[in-house]
Ligand binder design. Structure first.
Ligand code: PLP
Length: 385
């Protein structure tokens, strides 16, 4: 598979941000100053990633609302306590919640709490932990990642089984964790019963079930279930819960579902350089995200926009949707000649260059108008060739 998420050329990066940085010589001070050029200050909707979106206004105002006075740092503050209560409302009382800055850290630190260096973590071949974390898991957990082929982003017990025969064999890495991603990297969604089958299998073999829930909200919105129903209720032990892709500025949570698990996690987080001193600014964001169903509204909307985009793309000649659109991603094969023309106007990632497969993503702030404009450009491109 030729995954190319990170292969944005310099010019792509400029288009992605919508801001062209021009170096201007300041003759007086002989300093070079970078200024956005006026021409490109208009923000663009890119369809590249939900990470490209801005911050939801409620989140920004939540940050602002806690920006008063002094409070104790490192999470010993009322805003963090209150945010943790919100997590208890959504995930159940029996949770331990720790905030970190980003998703890679949530995954790496969450996993490191439950493994030893001689263990292995079983995940799909497209798992973010394997493909997009620059070996951070291997480096910081010190474990082997064992990948399983997948066509739809999911892994299944039948495939996992063959990797646990090494349990008890001192020559082999000892499987300790099964890691699944919800929604998957291919925009599909595990049903609660599918997760439970994997969890039961994991527990029967004394393994933990880890879930990379960078887009858990999109999965819950898609299934029309509560966050708890696809995590605590079906046997997930360790969860990375995403905030950034669903309207936050930054911040993710590591959640443990059995209180006995995270004995040492506060030390792991600090040693992992993810203990925020001004924690209240992450906590306030989560409080807002988990209040008044903002998490659900944002995720539902992003999912709807992805489905709208997919429906429209299906009508464009020579294109083919390649994955079920169950969350906020659309995967499609698009003729290479369209791709290059399209990428002159919109930034997005190639998923598989050989197959000319692209990934488009909608986010909480994608509008119907954005989709319409994007599809018009695609249709125009198709007609012009
Ligand atoms: C499935 C998945 N997990 C985790 C992450 C979090 O990554 P980051 O470290 O960039 O916040 C991402 C971001 O793209 C992701 O897609």
């Amino acid at each position: 598979m030729a995954y190319t998420k990170g292969e944005a050329i310099k010019d792509d990066v400029i288009r992605e941000s919508g801001i062209r940085v021009s170096a201007t010589e300041d003759r007086g001070s002989r300093k070079r100053i970078n200024r956005p050029s006026k021409k490109l200050q208009k923000p663009l909707i890119s369809f590249a990633s939900d990470n490209n979106a801005g911050v939801h206004p409620n989140i920004l105002s939540a940050i602002n609302s806690v920006n008063q006075g002094h409070v104790i740092s490192y999470g010993d503050d009322i805003f963090t306590q209150s945010a943790v209560k919100k997590f208890e409302e959504h995930f159940g009382k029996d949770v331990e919640v720790y905030f970190v800055f980003n998703g890679t850290a949530a995954n790496v630190l969450g996993l490191s709490a439950v493994v030893e260096p001689f263990n292995s973590v079983i995940c799909s071949e497209v798992a973010h932990i394997d493909k997009d974390e620059c070996c951070a898991p291997e480096r910081f957990i010190g474990c082997k990642l064992v990948t399983i082929p997948t066509k739809d982003g999911k892994i299944r017990v039948e495939q996992i089984k063959e990797h646990i025969h090494s349990l008890g064999n001192q020559h082999r890495a000892q499987p300790k964790v099964i890691s699944i991603t919800q929604a998957t990297e291919l925009g599909t969604v595990y049903k609660p019963e599918e997760i439970k089958v994997i969890a039961d299998f994991a527990h029967k073999n004394q393994l933990f079930l880890h879930m990379d829930g960078a887009r858990l909200s999109n999965a819950a919105a898609s299934l029309n279930v509560k966050l708890k129903q696809i995590t605590a209720d079906v046997g997930v032990d360790v969860l990375s819960f995403g905030g950034t892709k669903n309207g936050m500025m930054f911040g993710e949570a590591v959640i443990f579902f059995k209180r006995k698990l995270p004995e040492n996690f506060k030390y792991i987080r600090k040693q992992g350089m993810q203990l925020a001193s001004k924690m209240r600014f992450i906590s306030a964001q989560f409080e807002a995200l988990l209040s008044n169903n903002l998490w659900l509204k944002n995720a539902k909307h992003a999912n709807e926009m992805a489905r709208l985009l997919a429906r429209k793309i299906e009508e464009v000649p020579d294109t083919k949707i390649t994955q079920e659109v169950e969350a906020n991603a659309v995967f499609a094969i698009v003729p290479p000649k369209y791709v290059s023309l399209l990428r002159e106007k919109y930034f997005f990632y190639m998923w598989n260059r050989e197959k000319s497969e692209v990934r488009w993503m909608a986010s909480f702030d994608t509008t119907k108008e954005d989709v319409k404009k994007f599809v018009n450009v695609i249709e125009k491109t198709a007609r012009s060739i």
